[in-house]
Design a protein around this ligand. Structure first.
Ligand SMILES: Cc1cc2nc3c(=O)[nH]c(=O)nc-3n(C[C@H](O)[C@H](O)[C@H](O)COP(=O)(O)O)c2cc1C
Length: 216
């Protein structure tokens, strides 16, 4: 499938087929594609908790305002942001140096670069959280587009109680739930897509106030 088609056809599917399951092989391919998403300094500030046990799905549904798709879909993925991703700073800096991103004699820069990356977030928890939410969200979008390409349906969700979700999946304190994504096969869902704002309401050229009006 063309990426353009995947973007055009992706929907937030509200009804899933409860009888069709996603396999481990499909999940492996999906997460291999998902983790190719960009992240600041390649820290990969995310974890994915795939909830597929019926009992866990039931409890997750209760934590997600009773949304039926959480239980109906083959799996519901808790996309978590990782507040401690910066602790991988040295590993990341070493790979950057090994792969030539720091130029010649890059090894000599590892210490300073690792310290810079580490301190940026260790000293600013709000920045660490924003970065984690950004990276987790970019990965979530990649996951949904990849799923579309694989013939699977998704629905992202923010309708949940974060502390209840944390309890259900036993999430440690350095993670937080960024969103849930139900994943599976589309069921009897035929609602049309809601309209998008016209481009001249969301795209500005050069400065705010100069709306984009493409010549057609
Ligand atoms: C961050 C986020 C949270 C959302 N939360 C929910 C949700 O809790 N339940 C739900 O049914 N849909 C949820 N949606 C889906 C949106 O309603 C949907 O993306 C929007 O209406 C556009 O429809 P489309 O994705 O089918 O084009 C969410 C979408 C996003 C991006």
């Amino acid at each position: 499938m063309e990426t353009k088609d995947a973007l055009r056809q992706r929907r937030s599917v509200k009804v899933f087929d409860p009888n069709r399951q996603v396999t481990d092989e499909q999940l492996a391919e999906l997460f291999e594609l998902t983790t190719l998403a960009p992240s600041a300094w390649n820290f990969q500030h995310y974890q994915f908790i795939v909830v597929r046990d019926p009992e866990y799905k039931k409890r997750l549904r209760e934590a997600a305002m009773g949304q039926e798709k959480v239980e109906q879909a083959s799996v519901t993925i808790v996309v978590c942001g990782d507040l401690h991703a910066y602790k991988r700073a040295r590993r990341v800096a070493e790979e950057f140096a090994d792969k030539g991103f720091y130029g010649p004699n890059g090894k000599e820069k590892v210490e300073a670069q690792a310290r810079l990356m580490y301190d940026t977030y260790a000293k600013n928890p709000q920045k660490a959280r924003e970065e984690a939410l950004r990276s987790a969200s970019l990965a979530a979008m990649s996951l949904m587009v990849a799923a579309q390409d694989m013939g699977l349906a998704t629905c992202p969700m923010i309708g949940f109680d974060p502390e209840k979700v944390r309890k259900v999946v036993k999430m440690p304190g350095h993670l937080f739930p960024a969103m849930l994504i139900s994943l599976g096969y589309e069921g009897d869902f035929d609602l049309p897509r809601c309209a998008r704002l016209p481009l001249n309401e969301v795209v500005q050229i050069d400065r705010y106030g100069k709306a984009f009006n493409p010549e057609s």
